[in-house]
Design a protein around this ligand. Structure first.
Ligand SMILES: NC(=O)c1ccc[n+]([C@@H]2O[C@H](COP(=O)([O-])OP(=O)(O)OC[C@H]3O[C@@H](n4cnc5c(N)ncnc54)[C@H](OP(=O)(O)O)[C@@H]3O)[C@@H](O)[C@H]2O)c1
Ligand SMILES: *[C@@H]1O[C@H](CO)[C@@H](O)[C@H](O)[C@H]1NC(C)=O
Length: 319
């Protein structure tokens, strides 16, 4: 009897723990028929799960991917599981400004509207690598590439208002600092320092962009998705080790589907219709670190980013 009760209790405990781990769930049943959603880094991880959800809601979904072979496999899977045939793959390497400009041009010329832009792609704690344009890789991909892509798509987003921009950041922003005097960390590269700088840049960009877009009907949201079992840790440990850790920690780590919930919430939830510039986690607003609420730093980062990607004058005065 006692062992039976104990196993029942521990079973219930495990379930409760698992539910706590899973975190918030987006409850919105909003349909997206006739809407267009673009998601970066949608060939795997939470980007793919987000794309699947958008397709289930009836949207035209564009997967903007560096590895388009993986992208086509993801698109096939999404079409198959949702019955939505309107899922496209487009090439985007965020480590190349030329690739970013080419995608933005393609979208502007060929899409009638763009209702939701989701800046999801990210690289974490890689070695000291440089992008094609000579920027430090994590700042270049996680922030600068998305900065340029977003600014280049603003006209279309404004034309499509009410529209939304969702920026996937991380709780790691709390340890971050923007090293304005050494933005590429040439003097002292540390992979975690670089990652948290890039994720802080995501939150500051959200804030400054929301301010510039006031009154346009284009809202901006940023978020921490949780701790999720994805390929993000690929530069930290070999694959077999990750599989073991992932299995051991399954009780405490979100599945990609659970990890996509806050992104989906920011992209569609009706309750956010009149809100912009805030930070979310577990499908609820959260307060980001104090240094992520620094308006002067957000403005300074915008100016620095604009000059790094050689933004035209007309684009800099956006909003
Ligand atoms: N997993 C977590 O626990 C966690 C926690 C906090 C925040 N996040 C954030 O969540 C977002 C999604 O990450 P994930 O966990 O789903 O990781 P993931 O499984 O590694 O997916 C990352 C995606 O980004 C793409 N990507 C990387 N470099 C790129 C580039 N240069 N150009 C275009 N795409 C590129 C990858 O494409 P390829 O496969 O082609 O490389 C992949 O599709 C990231 O912004 C990450 O910082 C994740
Ligand atoms: C947003 O504002 C509009 C116009 O003021 C209002 O009609 C609508 O109810 C608001 N929506 C929410 C969710 O607050």
């Amino acid at each position: 009897m006692l062992p039976h009760v104990l196993s029942l209790l521990s079973g219930a405990g495990m379930l409760a723990l698992r539910r706590w781990t899973a975190g918030g769930v987006c409850q919105s049943k909003v349909r997206l028929d006739g809407k267009t959603v673009l998601i970066t880094g949608a060939n795997t991880g939470i980007g793919k799960e987000t794309a699947l959800d958008m397709a289930q809601r009836g949207a035209r979904v564009i997967l903007a991917c560096r590895d388009t072979t993986k992208g086509h496999a993801a698109a096939d899977d999404i079409r198959h599981r949702t019955g939505n045939g309107n899922v496209q793959v487009k090439k985007l390497d965020l480590a190349s400004l030329q690739s970013v400009r080419a995608l933005a041009k393609d979208i502007q010329e060929n899409e009638q509207h763009l209702d939701i832009l989701i800046n999801n792609a990210g690289i974490m704690m890689c070695p000291k690598w440089k992008t094609e344009d000579g920027f430090e890789m994590q700042f270049g991909v996680n922030h600068l590439g998305h900065f340029l892509l977003t600014v280049c798509l603003l006209d279309l987003l404004k034309k499509s208002a009410p529209s939304r921009i969702v920026i996937v950041s991380s709780i790691a922003h709390k340890h971050g600092r923007i090293h304005f005097d050494d933005i590429n960390l040439d003097k002292d590269y540390k992979s975690d320092k670089s990652y948290s700088q890039s994720k802080l840049a995501n939150v500051l960009f959200c804030r400054e962009l929301a301010a510039r877009l006031q009154g346009t009907g284009v809202n901006v949201y940023c978020l921490h998705p949780g701790v999720i079992n994805t390929e993000l840790t690929r530069h930290l440990l070999p694959n077999w080790a990750l599989k073991i850790v992932g299995t051991l920690l399954m009780m405490l780590i979100k599945t990609p589907q659970e990890g996509a919930q806050t992104t989906i919430f920011c992209a569609v939830d009706e309750s956010l219709a009149n809100v912009s510039g805030l930070y979310y986690s577990d499908c609820a607003p959260k307060t980001p670190a104090p240094h992520a609420q620094d308006d002067a730093a957000a403005k300074k980062l915008w100016d620095l980013s604009a000059s790094m990607v050689s933004l035209a004058e007309t684009q800099q005065s956006v909003g």
